[in-house]
Design a protein around this ligand. Structure first.
Ligand SMILES: Cc1cc2nc3c(=O)[nH]c(=O)nc-3n(C[C@H](O)[C@H](O)[C@H](O)COP(=O)(O)OP(=O)(O)OC[C@H]3O[C@@H](n4cnc5c(N)ncnc54)[C@H](O)[C@@H]3O)c2cc1C
Length: 577
């Protein structure tokens, strides 16, 4: 079985090692670059300051898309850069769907129209979107009558509705997609380590970089890694690394925060998704079915690099206000199951003032003095194309002959042998509930069998982690043994997704996760209790700061929750390392 090495083993191999390429950052960009480089024969190591995919790459809207708004911007401002970005993303969208069919699937989105002009405008725009996609089109857009729109999206507000336009994009599980990239890289003998922050860069007398100094945040030690080329894939943190390599470089990034919330589906039955095409501040808002709940987002607000990444009560109210204009169901903050915030790393260009107008395209920068290659900006959807460009630049820095990228048709971990209805086979073969079979298949693909084989030797691993969740104890054991999970959050958030689905369910599942992690990682009783308490305290803080009801309702939970009142403390859902 090929999997991520145990962390201590990986640490020993990497420590003092000598590599062709060192990738800094374990988000979509870094993991994509590492896989691409290793496939092209470069001996590659990746180091990540926190957990893999723990920053922007697990806080996206989870759409593999060209971006209908960017197409509109391209047309309105005759901006060829925006157009080129949409074109490339539409082709990469197909790759995302094919490379990991257990983690990505086509999704139909419905744009409600309130006049004949809107039906014409959005209909024509989405036909252009189809046309640009060409052979990479998923399915053709359609113009719907008022009746057809209401049938397609139960729960849509009918007052003033003239009809709708539907079109297709892709939806994917961003956190698991990142883990599949990590696993795929590892099975090609790539080396990677989480909780390993680059704190300094090593260089020759002429300033050329020769390696990185890493702080192992769990062991509390520092060590060096020698590498012939260094790739900066640190997303929103890219300027810090660029200036570490060459202090004379000017900052390039503009940071823009976006939040999402998870709501119960209620009347929004079925699989159709809603796109609200225009808000008063000129944005789009999506309401998308997501593992049986409704994912709503996003907001957009420019932020300073040192600002805390938080979900604020007023941001949640903003999203609720908009979806209430388009959907019949009423939700309050008390209904919010989960919420998360992320930071877009946008490349500043020209004199554009508003981050909403900045192109989501990427840029490869090679610093002549240090040789640092930075992969800046971009989107999840274009991660593969960004990796191709980034590794091409790294090959040039290395003075190597060009080698073609091999990622376009490369099946990611868990995709081999996967087919629709795979979960039914799992349920039949292993006698597990349909809910658990579906959950495992959607998160781990054909790797599910590795998880289920653990139950054969210990049936207590078949137990759900808490009431109402499909996730089972065997996943915790698998994620520690095979996916380098080190904390309760690593498991409940990025590995099995319970935290993104429901903060309260994650709070409840924490003791069971702590129990199994303690067995696997040899924690003392004190370490186990601390790990669980720290996690639950973190969730309590997240809920409180976002103005959401506490995990533990009742007197122990503190002051009574007021679903209408503003959150008092705006420190919010925190992301940092
Ligand atoms: C609200 C929102 C919605 C979005 N929706 C979509 C969408 O629907 N579709 C889409 O295609 N794109 C979407 N995006 C964009 C997409 O999520 C990002 O472009 C992408 O995730 C960026 O990945 P990254 O790897 O560059 O950055 P990150 O995921 O932030 O990864 C950078 C990593 O570098 C690490 N790091 C930083 N400093 C160091 C150091 N010194 N040493 C080691 N590691 C370090 C960090 O810990 C981090 O994990 C969205 C973004 C946001 C914010």
């Amino acid at each position: 079985m090929w999997s991520l090495k145990k962390r201590e083993v990986a640490g020993k191999t990497i420590r003092g090692g000598c590599f062709d390429l060192c990738v800094i950052g374990g988000g979509a960009t870094g993991l994509g670059c590492a896989l691409d480089a290793q496939l092209r024969g470069l001996r590659t190591v990746l180091v990540e300051a926190g957990d893999f995919v723990s920053q922007t790459s697990s806080a996206s809207t989870k759409l593999a898309h060209g971006g209908v708004r960017y197409l509109e911007l391209a047309a309105a401002s005759l901006d060829y850069g925006q157009f080129r970005m949409v074109l490339r993303a539409l082709h990469e969208r197909r790759h995302m769907l094919e490379a990991a069919p257990h983690l990505a699937h086509p999704m139909e989105l419905l744009v409600p129209c309130f006049s004949a002009w809107e039906r014409f405008y959005y209909g024509a725009g989405l036909k252009a979107y189809d046309g640009i996609a060409g052979k990479a089109r998923i399915s053709p857009s359609r113009i719907l009558s008022r009746r057809e729109a209401l049938d397609r999206l139960p729960g849509l507000r009918s007052e003033g509705l003239a009809g709708a336009v539907t079109y297709a994009d892709g939806q994917f599980d961003d956190a698991r997609y990142g883990m599949a990239l990590a696993q795929s890289f590892s099975r090609l003998n790539g080396e990677l380590l989480n909780y390993a922050r680059v704190v300094d860069l090593e260089r020759r007398g002429d300033g050329r970089l020769t390696g990185v100094v890493v702080e192992d945040r769990l062991a509390g030690e520092r060590f060096s890694i020698a590498a012939r080329a260094i790739l900066n894939c640190t997303g929103p943190f890219s300027d810090t690394l660029r200036q570490m390599a060459n202090p004379s470089l000017a900052k390039r990034l503009r940071l823009s925060k976006g939040i999402h919330i998870l709501l119960p589906m209620r009347e929004m039955r079925g699989d159709a998704a809603l796109l609200i095409p225009r808000t008063e501040d000129g944005r789009l808002i999506f309401a998308l079915p997501w593992y049986g709940s409704l994912l709503v987002g996003t907001t957009e607000k420019e932020m300073a690099p040192d600002e805390e990444v938080t979900v604020r009560a007023e941001e949640i109210e903003y999203l609720l206000r908009y979806i209430h204009r388009f959907l019949d169901t009423r939700w309050t903050r008390a209904d919010v199951q989960s919420a998360f915030a992320g930071v877009r790393p946008l490349v500043a260009c020209g004199g554009k003032v508003n981050t909403r107008r900045l192109i989501r395209d990427h840029e490869i920068e090679v610093d002549r003095r240090s040789g640092l290659v930075s992969v800046l900006g971009g989107k999840w959807t274009t991660y593969r194309a960004m990796a191709e460009d980034g590794v091409n630049a790294a090959l040039r820095v290395l003075g190597e002959a060009p080698v073609a990228a091999r990622t376009l048709h490369y099946a990611l971990d868990g995709a081999e042998g996967y087919e629709s209805g795979y979960w039914q086979k799992l349920a039949g073969r292993y006698g597990i509930s349909e809910g658990t079979a579906e959950h495992l298949a959607q998160k781990f693909g054909t790797r599910s069998e590795d998880i289920l084989s653990l139950i054969a030797s210990d049936s207590s691993l078949a137990v759900p982690l808490c009431a109402g969740t499909a996730a089972i104890a065997a996943e915790v054991v698998y994620c520690v043994r095979e996916e380098m999970a080190q904390t309760v959050e690593d498991v409940l958030a990025r590995r099995i997704g319970v935290q993104f689905h429901s903060l309260r369910q994650a709070w409840e599942a924490a003791p069971a996760v702590g129990k199994w992690m303690a067995v696997e990682l040899g924690w003392t009783e004190e370490q186990r209790a601390r790990a669980v308490t720290e996690y639950q305290t973190g969730i309590d803080r997240l809920l409180r700061m976002a103005g959401l009801p506490p995990a533990l309702l009742g007197p122990a939970a503190g002051p009574e929750f007021d679903p209408k009142g503003p959150g008092e403390d705006h420190a919010g859902l925190h992301r940092s390392h």
